[in-house]
Design a protein around this ligand. Structure first.
Ligand SMILES: *Cc1c(COP(=O)(O)O)cnc(C)c1O
Length: 341
């Protein structure tokens, strides 16, 4: 049995999703004539109680577009040192927008409102870059799937209002946070200027991300998406997968969270494992005690059992549970872990 726990992006469309994709109506979305794309965009906008939405090929492109519409070259944005936009988007913040990042030393990818406020450059001090945007991530990727406390997000929102800053949410895995915390997506829609969500992570779609915001922001995003080369034609086939995922794959994320917790419980009992970071959603980050077993040996033993997980450097390893990680695989994997231990 092959078990791939490298990421929640390794999923393949389910039969139901493929069926929905095969039987949808499409048109040319560059002319805004694809009924299924229009339906998905309306559905996501309504879900967050926001005015408009735009379908994108990737989460990187949604974030980069949001940064572009909220900033001018030379500006500075504030984000946590673990932020995906800073670490894993190929330097796009500077390449696409000519913007620098003020990095905050937060906790598992999450910063406080005080830290954000302290990072704002005084707007009349023209020697330093003008701060115009705060970007946060929920759940945090490098922070191990951690979920924010919503009241802290509101406090940061107030700091943004007080200082005339735009507020963007990289919500690639926001679905996981909503399910975990039982939160209302519309509360997020009220708080942020723009939100990006991914359909190709825990949601099981082959491709797709959506940016949500005001009509004005989404109109600007349409132009930027064109400039970035992200206009797609009969993308309704992909949007149909997104609609299907929103109808069928949100609530079940709780199952991924439960499995992650159970894996964590086993890891915790293994004596060659030094530390397991708190597990809130579907990501497990842990460290091996290299004096007892090297990470390479551990990965090798897993691989002999047809299990793949990923190393994150500095002795840290990562496991991510997802839609294609079945109950059978889960039972089998827990057995393998106990055997290695
Ligand atoms: C995956 C991810 C993205 C977007 O990634 P793509 O691979 O471009 O879709 C953005 N932010 C976070 C936090 C992510 O985990």
């Amino acid at each position: 049995m092959e078990i791939n726990l490298i990421s929640d992006t390794v999923t393949k469309p389910t039969p139901g999703m493929l069926e929905a994709m095969m039987h949808t109506k499409v048109g040319d979305d560059v002319f805004k004539n694809d009924p299924t794309v229009n339906e998905l965009e309306a559905k996501v906008a309504k879900y967050f109680g926001m005015e408009a939405a735009l379908f994108f090929p990737s989460g990187t492109m949604t974030n980069q577009t949001a940064i572009k519409i909220h900033t001018q070259p030379g500006d500075q944005l504030i984000c946590d040192k673990y932020a995906h936009i800073y670490n894993y988007e190929g330097g796009g913040v500077s390449f696409n927008s000519g913007v620098s990042c003020k990095l905050v030393d937060g906790n598992r990818g999450m910063m406080t409102a005080e830290q954000v406020e302290a990072s704002i450059n005084p707007p009349d001090f023209y020697h330093s870059p003008l701060t115009t945007l705060v970007s946060i991530e929920n759940t945090t990727n490098k922070g191990g799937g951690a979920c924010w406390d919503f009241t802290e997000l509101q406090k940061i929102g107030k700091v943004c209002k007080d200082h005339n800053l735009k507020y963007h949410l990289d919500g690639a895995r926001l679905w996981n946070a909503l399910v975990k915390k039982g939160e209302d997506p519309k509360a997020y829609g009220k708080l942020f200027d723009t939100i990006s969500v991914c359909l190709s992570k825990g949601m099981g779609c082959p491709v797709g991300s959506v940016l949500v915001g005001s009509k004005e922001h989404i109109n600007k995003a349409l132009r930027i998406r064109k400039v970035f080369g992200g206009g797609m034609r009969q993308s309704g086939f992909l949007a149909a997968a997104g609609i299907y995922a929103m109808d069928h794959h949100i609530e079940r994320l709780a199952e991924d969270h439960r499995k992650a917790e159970e894996i964590g419980e086993v890891l915790f009992t293994l004596d060659f494992i030094k530390k397991v970071e708190p597990i809130e959603t579907n990501i497990i980050i842990f460290e091996i005690d290299e004096t007892k077993m090297s990470s390479a040996t551990f990965l090798e033993q897993l691989s002999q059992n047809q299990v793949s997980i990923i190393g994150m450097g500095q002795g840290k390893l990562r496991i991510v549970t997802h839609l294609d990680y079945t109950d059978d695989m889960h039972a089998h994997f827990l057995k393998i872990l106990n055997r290695i231990g």
